[in-house]
Design a protein around this ligand. Structure first.
Ligand SMILES: [Zn+2]
Length: 280
C-alpha cells in the first residue's frame, strides 16, 4: 500500500475508480503537448511515472487491495509503454546519422515494432482516438525512413513444433479452458504458453508474423546468413513481468542454399538464446 501511495504522489493526483479514465487522458494530453513542443525528456518522464504507478497498482491486484478496474490500468500501462517507445524512436530517427550504425538500426527497428504492437493493442480500448491517430501517422513516417534506407526487407519465419500450450491464467491446456487468448482478465493479458517448443525449420518470407525477425544486408556474408533473429519473446505486457526487463531473442546462422531460398538449411552454431537489451 505504501508504494502505491508514493507513486500516486508522483502523479500528483490520487487515482481511484472514479477518476481513472480522466487522469489517464489528462496524462495522455500532457504527453502529446510535450511531443508537439518537442519536450521529449518531459514526455519520457510522464510515461515512466505513469507506468510505475500502473505496475504498482497491478501488483496490488492479486491481493484485491484497491477498488479499481485493473483491466483499465493494464491497458493504460501498455499505452504509455508504447508512447515511451515512440518518444525514443522519434528522438533517435531525427538525427541525420540515425541509419549509420548497424546495431542501432537493428535495435531501433525492434523498438519500432514493439511500439506499434502496443499502440495497436491499446487502440481498440480507447474512447478518444485523435491523439493516437496522429501518433500512428507519425509512426508511418518513421516506417518510411526505414523503407527509404533499407527497402521493405526480407524476413525469417520459423516453423515451431508445439505439443501443447498452457493458459497463463488458469494453467490448463488452452484447448480445454474458457479463457480467450489476447483478452484481459483481472489485469492480465491471456496467452497460451507453449510447452517444450522446438524449431523445425525456417523460411524466408516477405510478410512475416513477427517483423522483428528481419534480415539486414550486413548479416549476409557470401552464402551465409549470420546471427539473424528468428524469434523474439515479445508480448504487449512483457515490460510488466520482470523487474529487470530483459527480452529474449533466438538468433541463428544459416547457409543459404539456392542463392535466396532456404530449401534446405543448416544450423551452423546451433540455436542461441540471447538477451538483448531493449529498454528505451
Ligand atoms: Zn485458462
Amino acid at each position: 500500500m505504501r508504494l502505491a501511495i508514493k507513486n500516486q504522489r508522483i502523479l500528483k493526483t490520487k487515482i481511484n475508480e472514479e477518476n481513472l479514465d480522466e487522469v489517464t487522458y489528462k496524462y495522455f494530453h500532457d504527453w502529446y503537448k510535450s511531443i508537439i513542443n518537442k519536450k521529449y525528456e518531459r514526455a519520457k518522464k510522464l510515461c515512466i511515472n505513469f507506468i510505475k504507478f500502473c505496475k504498482t497498482t497491478i501488483k496490488l491486484s492479486s491481493w484485491g487491495e484497491l477498488n479499481i478496474n485493473y483491466n483499465k490500468v493494464l491497458i493504460s500501462a501498455i499505452l504509455f509503454r508504447g508512447l515511451q517507445e515512440f518518444v525514443y524512436i522519434k528522438e533517435r530517427t531525427k538525427n541525420k546519422k540515425w541509419n549509420k550504425s548497424n546495431k542501432e538500426v537493428e535495435y531501433n527497428w525492434i523498438i519500432l515494432q514493439d511500439c506499434k504492437d502496443r499502440l495497436d493493442f491499446a487502440y481498440q480500448y480507447l474512447t478518444e482516438t485523435e491523439i493516437i491517430d496522429n501518433v500512428l501517422n507519425e509512426i508511418q513516417l518513421i516506417d518510411k525512413l526505414f523503407k527509404v534506407s533499407f527497402g521493405i526487407g526480407k524476413y525469417i519465419s520459423p516453423e515451431i513444433l508445439i505439443k501443447k500450450s498452457v493458459c497463463n491464467i488458469c494453467n490448463e491446456d488452452v484447448r480445454s479452458c474458457n479463457h480467450i487468448s489476447g483478452r484481459i482478465y483481472n489485469g492480465k493479458v491471456c496467452y497460451g504458453l507453449p510447452v517444450d517448443p522446438s524449431i523445425r525449420a525456417v523460411s524466408l518470407v516477405d510478410v512475416p508474423r513477427d517483423l522483428r525477425c528481419r534480415i539486414w544486408g550486413w548479416q549476409i556474408e557470401g552464402t551465409m546468413l549470420k546471427d539473424v533473429c528468428i524469434m523474439t519473446s515479445f508480448a504487449v505486457d512483457d515490460f510488466l513481468n520482470q523487474d529487470e526487463y530483459q527480452k529474449v531473442g533466438i538468433f541463428c546462422s544459416f547457409v543459404i542454399n539456392d542463392n535466396e531460398i532456404f530449401s534446405e538449411y543448416e544450423f551452423i552454431n546451433g540455436v542461441n538464446n540471447q538477451h538483448y537489451q531493449a529498454n528505451p
